[in-house]
Design a protein around this ligand. Structure first.
Ligand code: FAD
Ligand code: UDP
Length: 392
């Protein structure tokens, strides 16, 4: 059987595009993944004790885009969930992001919101322009809080000092003068009611979609006939690292099950200053599952291993640009997703990028005037689209 599309990767990017092309355009799609499961890094499953866990670390869905939320709602029901994190600092567990309670608890004060704003202002060092991840935090709350909450966590997580990382990394975590202790403030914060993998099963459940697991695309691309390819793996790997390796940060996950109902007092506890792991996640908070045992995961950042995080800094963006130029000159291959576009995307942003890419592909076909099986004139890396700019 001939396929219209060979899609490399069954994560959000690949699965959303498979669904759109199959359902909306009636295309025949083959999705391959070299792992033994669908859902990419969002994969979840029941462990030996029967607790639902996230194999590749905690995944919490949040978005400001109604379109993206509505799109995914075609494939899952939801369970409302607002994520909360504590940071272990100086022997106390304190709300993270830093808020009014963090400061009062840490220093034994009783400041009001107004006073804490003045407190931050008195500590902040002027940084103009704000270029690095150090500038972001020191420019808002000063050096002491930066050192206690951010500096060492970041060095552990990335193997780099915050001064060597783009501002966008620590800018993901806000500072608050109120008592809001939620990790995210997005308008939609929910977990798929029956888990991410079940949602992916529904996304991929279409007669025009065939999924092959344990399959590297390089093992099938010369045997399986297809017209165009959508690639969601690491972009440097696609081009045989010809300009050198793009740095990705890797993680090792240590999963444990404990014979008691609760392990810790929050879904995630961050350890900025102690241990070699960054954080411990207890999954039952995320999933709402009731069980007499509980399962947790430790995250140990690594220099080598599976690529999980693109590393946002100028020299890496420059190297990525060289690969992007190659991608733009590669006919019939589209590059999309966190690894293929080398961007520190959340899940909703990947869904947004895939939906934007779908429009681009169908737009190109329409512009070419053939409506059906036209060939792209060049490979394309989807341009970054803010998640809330996408309309399905
Ligand atoms: P992936 O999920 O990486 O899928 C790519 C797939 O391509 C993989 O399954 C891979 O096996 C396959 N592949 C690659 N090369 C080949 C090949 N040669 N042949 C065949 N298959 C191939 N986002 C959030 O919104 N909220 C969170 O709380 C959150 N937490 C995270 C925690 C961690 C520890 C990590 C690492 C990420 C987290 N994310 C979170 C980000 C989220 O995982 C990604 O945005 C999203 O899963 C990326 O989807 P993707 O399809 O681009 O890539
Ligand atoms: N960060 C930190 N201390 C914390 C939490 C986060 O220094 O307690 C920094 C760190 O550099 C981290 C970044 O902020 O990589 C983004 O945090 P987020 O929780 O969004 O990371 P992710 O969930 O993507 O790993």
């Amino acid at each position: 059987m001939a396929f219209d599309y060979l899609i490399v990767g069954a994560g959000f990017a690949g699965s959303v595009l498979a669904e759109r092309l199959a359902r909306v355009c009636n295309k025949k799609v083959l999705v391959v993944d070299r792992r033994n499961h669908i859902a990419g890094n969002a994969y979840d499953h029941y462990d030996n004790a029967g607790v639902l866990i996230h194999k590749y670390g905690p995944h919490i869905f949040h978005t400001n885009s109604r379109d993206i939320f509505d799109y995914l709602s075609n494939f899952t029901q939801w369970r409302g969930y607002e994520h909360r994190v504590l940071a272990s600092v100086d022997g106390q567990l304190l709300p993270m992001p830093i808020n009014l309670d963090t400061i009062n608890k840490m220093y034994g004060l009783n400041l009001t919101s107004f006073q804490v704003e003045e407190f931050f202002a008195s500590k902040a060092e002027k940084r103009d322009p704000v270029k690095t991840s150090e500038d972001v935090v020191v420019g808002k709350v000063g050096r002491e809080l930066y050192e206690k909450f951010f500096k060492h966590y970041t060095r552990k997580q990335w193997g780099l000092d915050p001064s060597e990382l783009d501002a966008l990394v620590t800018a993901r975590v806000p500072t608050r003068t109120n008592r809001d202790d939620r990790y995210f403030t997005d308008s939609y914060q929910s977990m798929p009611l029956h888990g991410f993998t079940r949602m992916f099963e529904n996304i991929l459940d279409h007669p025009n979609i065939k999924v092959m697991l344990n399959t590297d695309y390089r093992d099938v691309r010369d045997f399986v006939p297809f017209k165009e390819m959508i690639y969601t793996g690491p972009i440097d790997e696609y081009f045989d690292y010809q300009f050198g390796k793009l740095p990705y940060r890797c993680l090792e996950f240590k999963h444990e099950t404990h014979d008691r109902p609760k392990f810790q007092s929050a879904a995630v506890v961050n350890y900025p200053n102690d241990y070699t792991y960054t954080r411990i996640t207890e999954f039952k908070y995320l999933t709402g599952q009731e069980h007499h045992k509980t399962s947790i995961v430790y995250e140990f950042p690594q220099a080598e291993g599976d690529p999980y995080y693109p590393i946002p800094r100028a020299e890496n963006s420059a190297l990525y640009k060289r690969y992007q130029e190659l991608a733009d000159q590669t006919p019939g291959v589209y590059f999309v997703g966190r690894l293929a576009s080398y961007r520190y995307y959340n899940m909703d942003q990947v869904v947004g990028a895939a939906l934007t890419m779908f429009k681009k592909i169908t737009g190109e076909k329409r512009a070419a005037g053939n409506g059906t099986n036209g060939h792209a004139t060049g490979g394309r890396v989807v341009s970054p689209a803010p998640a809330d700019a996408v309309r399905v």
